[in-house]
Design a protein around this ligand. Structure first.
Ligand SMILES: [Zn+2]
Length: 278
């Protein structure tokens, strides 16, 4: 019986020492346990110490590697994906005097006759809803690109058109994001083929084609025969790129004028009609 008690005591002592050693990692634990055996015996039935809640492992702080903001995204860390700030402001918003027009709405379009610059031509412009296709019979597919097609009809009426012709000032190669009043008019006016755009931080070459047809119709507005001019703008852009834009401005600004003497602000004003292929 005595032996049993001794063995029990030793066993308890060993267990208690082990517990103490586990609970504390400083060297004093061993000394305390051996110098106060009584307290160890009393301590035997004590409840298991509730384990301390394991602290959440701290995220190692990212030394951000920022990718610059672009027109689609704010600046973003390439390591952890954190974003900060806002996307860049589209260039078009820098010019309060301009308005982006919607499709399927009639807008007044004023321009001049071909023959006499002081005769004003009255027109109405209406854009069809945007069409997006991969390719068709005369627009070739390109990997990662799509065709955005905007058709705008211009209705002209009045004796001026019938007798003296009409001129249309248009720009098929504008961009909502990269829009600027600086630069060369020749790069904006008429049917200019290519431009470089930035989409999610990458540069792409986009292509714009313009088809133009005109015909007199049997329609009559204000007692006049109506001439319809139809413009079809096709832009080959990276899939999802919504920045391409076209404009119709008063041809009196550019027709018969030396283009090198002009800046974009000579062409575009608050009456210019801007339509976005977006
Ligand atoms: Zn980061």
């Amino acid at each position: 019986m005595k032996n049993f008690r001794t063995i029990t005591l030793v066993a308890i002592l060993v267990i208690a020492m082990t517990l103490t050693l586990t609970a504390c990692d400083d060297g004093n634990a061993v000394t305390e346990a051996t110098s106060e055996p009584t307290s160890i015996i009393e301590a035997t039935p004590r409840p298991e110490p509730t384990p301390e809640p394991t602290p959440e492992p701290e995220e190692p702080s990212c030394e951000h590697v920022w990718q610059e903001a672009n027109f689609q995204q704010p600046q973003m860390c390439l390591e952890c994906g954190e974003i900060e700030g806002e996307p860049l402001t589209p260039g078009f918003f820098e010019y309060d005097e301009f308005t982006l027009n919607s499709t399927q709405t009639d807008y007044e379009y004023l321009t001049r006759t071909e023959e006499y610059e002081d005769i004003i031509i009255y027109g109405i412009a209406n854009a069809h809803p945007l069409v997006i296709i991969e390719y068709d019979d005369y627009r070739e597919a390109k990997e990662g690109f799509e065709w955005r097609i905007l058709t705008v009809e211009l209705y002209f009426y009045g004796l001026g058109v019938e007798h003296f012709g009409r001129v249309i000032g248009f720009s098929s190669n504008l961009d909502f994001y990269h829009f600027s009043m600086d630069g060369n008019v020749r790069s904006l006016i008429g049917n200019v083929g290519n431009r470089t755009i930035n989409f999610y931080g990458n540069a792409y070459e986009v292509t714009v084609m313009t088809e133009h047809t005109s015909e007199w119709t049997d329609d009559i507005i204000h007692g006049e025969w109506v001439l319809i001019s139809t413009f079809e703008f096709s832009a080959l852009v990276p899939i999802g790129y919504d920045g391409m834009m076209v404009a119709f401005f008063n041809a009196a600004r550019s027709f018969g004028v030396d283009l090198d003497s002009l800046s974009p602000s000579d062409l575009f004003d608050e009456n210019t009609l801007f339509f976005r292929l977006g």
